[in-house]
Design a protein around this ligand. Structure first.
Ligand code: GDP
Ligand code: MG
Length: 202
């Protein structure tokens, strides 16, 4: 990583032309790459509250398949990215573990949409998140974070998640800025498509 450029970007001021701020939530199971995604795209130094997993998390945070991970997010990741001259996204990475779901109502207030990150080794981790989003009527897209496992075709992932055809499903590598940015742009495009459909314009 180029340390200097990340140092500089930590101080990127908000553009004076920015006039549209969208709050976006990134949700998903434990270890799916939420913190990584917020870090890779944020133009400010992201806030993150990672805590070392201790014995207290054993049996609660299922680390199967992610044994190398020793931290878990206990609150939120927060970052910001300017998509163009006018539009700024505020990103909130939210814990997917069941015991944090009581935070979601607050988190959803004012959010326009969500990205559900999924890891195909642990797809069931995303079921609840998707269920909650549908329940809240919150528009979302699903991004499959590629961990290098034998890759299931996206059609199979869609089926396993019972996603309706109008929910965009894409691949990503949360470690790569361009890939994470593509995910966010896909969500914004989806939000625009939904709102123009609602207004009856093409
Ligand atoms: N191979 C691969 N590893 C990733 C990717 N995204 C995140 N990781 C790694 O997966 C682990 C968990 O990521 P993290 O962002 O902490 O997950 P979180 O619990 O959802 O915030 C970290 O060690 C990351 O470096 C990815 O797209 N590909
Ligand atoms: Mg995290």
């Amino acid at each position: 990583m180029d340390f200097r450029s990340s140092e500089q970007s930590a101080h990127t001021p908000l553009r004076s032309t920015a006039n549209t701020g969208l709050k976006i939530v990134i949700v998903g199971g434990f270890g799916v790459g939420k913190t990584t995604m917020v870090r890779s795209v944020s133009e400010i130094r992201p806030l993150s509250t990672e805590e070392t997993m201790t014995g207290a998390g054993v049996g609660i945070d299922d680390a199967t398949g992610v044994e190398a991970k020793t931290t878990t997010t206990v609150a939120f990741d927060f970052g910001r990215i300017s998509l163009n001259e006018q539009m700024v996204l505020y990103l909130f990475g939210a814990p997917g573990q069941e015991r944090f779901w009581f935070l979601w109502d607050r988190l959803f207030s004012g959010s326009l949409g969500a990205v559900v990150l999924v890891d195909t080794r642990r797809l069931s981790d995303s079921w609840y998140a998707i269920d909650r989003l549908e329940h809240h009527g919150m528009p979302f897209i699903v991004a499959r974070n590629n961990f290098g496992e034998p890759v299931h075709p996206l059609g199979q992932v869609r089926e396993a998640l019972s996603l309706s055809d109008d929910v965009p499903l894409i691949e990503c590598d949360a470690r790569r800025r361009e890939s994470s940015k593509t995910v966010l742009i896909t969500l914004v495009n989806h939000l625009f498509a939904l709102s123009s459909a609602r207004e009856g314009t093409p």
